[in-house]
Design a protein around this ligand. Structure first.
Ligand code: 4AD
Ligand code: MG
Length: 430
């Protein structure tokens, strides 16, 4: 019977065939241990010289890394492997011999691995990270579907910008100028007025000349937007959503977290509610932590975010930021017009901002004023103004950066390992 590695627990004691690649092997005169992978998982195949034909044993001893084959054998329990099973191999049918696979079990430098990303994805560690990414995406759809949200897909080619004009990717749209989307938000606001609660999940682009462990040029964002929802209610949705994805990964990706040596005790604590501090409190906290020259009105960089996060073992919301350092669409705090009703959610353990969100301006005159202040006078922004003109309502939304979230939950240092084919400064290959 043909099966997959993920399904072998159902075949305990039975003889099965698996299509697999050789990840690694070791052998002696009498026995060969094959580390096999098939995309669904990893399993050890044990080939005992006295139990197989001479031809099969020679093949097992000499087979090269990443060669493909059909392996047939009996599934037995193996208490020493984290997976819990191994195969006692009877027969190997070679499909294709791989010659001189470039990524050997020895250590390789990052640039070399990045140049071979199309092959590096096969490794156990990369496999674990991508499976966690997949689980976060699955749990995202589950959370929003279970809570009455409609998935809406905003366009990727746009004429407008949501997050300022400095980081836009420019292209031609026949005779017009167009940009790759930095955020679907403005379109999601239109969608919230049509469907109430909506979310998007798609690629976004920032032509940012940042070369840090948190920045990608192309990254994926989940952007929920909710009509009749105020800022505080939006924070509750955010903390429930983030708790849900962390708990789902803990439940469904035990092997992957184990492969990555992730300290899961830190993740087990991640349950709503999350602490909230104002921007002003954050400034005080930073001053107390040695950032003596930070002033009210300054934006935070990675070292500031990390220093704040170190005071909490949960993600922390920093709320009520100065209006001048935030986007044009954010609603002013009725108690203090200098700050806006927004929050950045900072992940623990130095992973930085994973969510940016806010309540949106819903007053037509104020929106017109912001248009003037920000020079949004082109025809591309006309439609967005009409949202505050026809039945405007209080509404809020946020964007969660998938790759930073994957990095945090997986415990990997750099976002380049959290997306199949990272687009980085100076890297468009492979
Ligand atoms: O804070 P940002 O810029 O917010 C927005 O784009 C809003 N329009 C979202 C909304 O309210 N609908 O980006 C949101 C998140 C950040 O918190 C971060 O996690 C991620 O997107 N992000 C990046 N991730 C990787 N590389 C980059 N260059 C990123 N820029 C933002
Ligand atoms: Mg932000």
């Amino acid at each position: 019977m043909k099966t997959t590695i993920a399904q072998v627990p159902k075949s305990l004691g039975q003889k099965v065939t698996i299509g697999a690649w050789l990840a690694n092997k070791r052998s002696s005169g009498k026995i060969a241990f094959l580390q096999l992978r098939d995309g669904t998982g990893f399993i050890q195949g044990v080939v005992v010289k006295s139990d197989v034909s001479e031809e099969t044993f020679q093949l097992a001893k000499n087979i090269s890394q990443e060669s493909s084959m059909y392996v047939t054998g009996t599934i037995v329990e193996d208490s020493r492997s984290p997976f819990g099973y191994e195969m006692q191999v009877d027969n190997i049918e070679l499909i294709h011999e791989s010659v001189d696979y470039p990524i050997t079990p020895k250590e390789h430098g990052t640039e070399f691995l990045m140049d071979h990303r199309h092959l590096w994805l096969r490794s156990k560690r990369q496999h674990a990270v991508m499976k966690i990414r997949n689980e976060i995406i699955r749990a995202t759809y589950e959370f929003f579907n279970d809570n009455g949200y409609v998935k809406i897909d905003p366009p990727i080619l746009t004429g407008s910008s949501a997050e300022g004009t400095t980081e836009l990717f420019h292209t031609k749209y026949f005779d017009e100028d167009a940009y790759l989307s930095q955020s679907g938000q403005l379109y999601m606001e239109a969608a919230a007025m049509a469907f109430g609660k909506v979310f998007s999940f798609g690629p976004t682009f920032r032509a940012e000349k940042s070369k840090t462990r948190r920045h990608l040029i192309e990254f994926w964002m989940i952007e929920p937007e909710m009509a009749f929802v105020e800022h505080d209610e939006s924070l509750e949705i955010q903390e429930n959503y983030v708790s849900h994805i962390v708990q789902s990964v803990l439940k469904n990706c035990k092997l992957e977290l184990d492969t990555l040596n992730r300290d899961t005790s830190k993740l087990e604590k991640i349950k709503a509610p999350f602490p909230r501090i104002t921007y002003e409190d954050a400034i005080t906290l930073l001053k107390e932590n040695g950032f003596t020259d930070i002033e009210w009105g300054d934006d935070f960089g990675a070292p500031h975010e990390t220093a704040i996060a170190e005071n909490f073992d949960m993600p922390v919301f920093i709320t009520n930021w100065p209006k001048d350092i935030k986007a044009f669409y954010m609603k002013p705090d009725p108690n203090n017009e200098d700050v806006v009703l927004c929050a950045d959610l900072i992940a623990p353990e130095g992973y930085g901002e994973i969510i940016g969100g806010s309540q949106r301006i819903d007053d037509l005159d104020l929106m017109k004023q912001r248009y003037e202040e920000h020079g949004l006078n082109g025809p591309a922004y006309k439609w967005y103004l009409e949202l505050s003109q026809y039945g405007s309502v209080p509404h809020s939304g946020f964007g969660l950066g998938l790759e930073r979230t994957v990095a945090w939950i997986s415990g990997v240092e750099h976002v380049r390992e959290t997306i199949p084919f990272p687009r980085l400064l100076n890297r468009l290959y492979p």
